[in-house]
Design a protein. Sequence first.
Length: 416
Amino acid sequence: MQPSEPVTAYVLKMYPRFSETFIVSEILAREAAGERIEIFALRPTTDARFHPELARVKAPVTYVGRPQSTSGVWESLRAAASAGLTDGVSQALGELAAADPDDAVQAINLAAELQRRNVRHLHAHFASAATAVARLASLITGIPYSFTAHAADIFRDTVNREDLRTKLADAHHVVTISDYNLQYLRHHFPQQAERLRLVRNGLELARFPYRDPRPVGTTVRVAAVGRLVEKKGFQHLLPALASLIGSGVRADVRIAGTGMMANELQSALEQLGLSRHVRMLGPQTQDQIHELLDWADVFVAPCIVGSDGNADGIPTVLLEAMATGTPCVSTAVTGIPEVIRDGSTGLLVEPGDPALLVQAILRITSPATDRTLLARNARTLIEREYDAGRQAAALRRLSLQTVAQRPLSPAPEAVA
């Protein structure tokens, strides 16, 4: 790439974010392919821990100002005028006035920042605040935008359908991470179907070397990782573990993550008599997660659909476990059956049923199960469909298409 290569600007609500390793992997893969990336964050990070991969990101980070006073708003407007955006702000005034005030002012500030750079395209993650700001900045500057739709931003009951429809309609294209999501969005927003593309989240596969699973010893080692929130389903995993251990199975269980349900889960763990068997590890770095996966005989992702409609897309750590050769058990929620193909790449059960989780853990750790075949099939699928290099190439192709070139039917070459 030449130094003058135009920039793709990533618009993110917060950066870096400890739980959003998939965004870091995506940026690293695009940089490895020679793309110039810049990051514009709407909020500074509140995380105290950072993954070491962040140090490899070359993209400069700009924190977009969010004025706290009326005078700050006027400063934003003056900056936009100085950047030659008077007409753009004027033309977008109706949209800006109808938007959340913070989003509107940050969009003006972002637009002014973009004028100082050779930005070709804006890309946001999640169809919420970041996409709202990217869309408004696009209206002001004329720079096209796209976004990746994940899970909570499209499934949760509080999602404003008309707002999402507008974001879909105005986008150059929209990426989503699973075929389930793609069909969901096409069903609910048929008039925007031509803009939707499937590009699966990718892993830097060199960072996840495969090994065949070890024989299970006298103690079954179970790992689970995720934010301690309703949709992750740990409230169903704990009674499953109590039943498993109560049946005479020796188990050593380690759960990594933090979240609003931490105290509730700790109390449940103690009430179920699991304190000697289950360790709550708290937040872990990616290196620590890799060590945990290497240690485990089975990885369990007991995801459910939350009471507010919130659900996981495809947990990144599930892909990581599959890549490294740890046999996996998960649930039939949203896009998970696209990776956990029951009896082929892992074991899949219906969500929210502890008894089914027990059966699956027993089956996947049984000598009668060909654990090596499951693990090798899983690695093959990850290599074929979840490689970050292919993801980066697909995203670049999409951003380079003009609106006129955009195909009206799904383009297989754009699917990672």
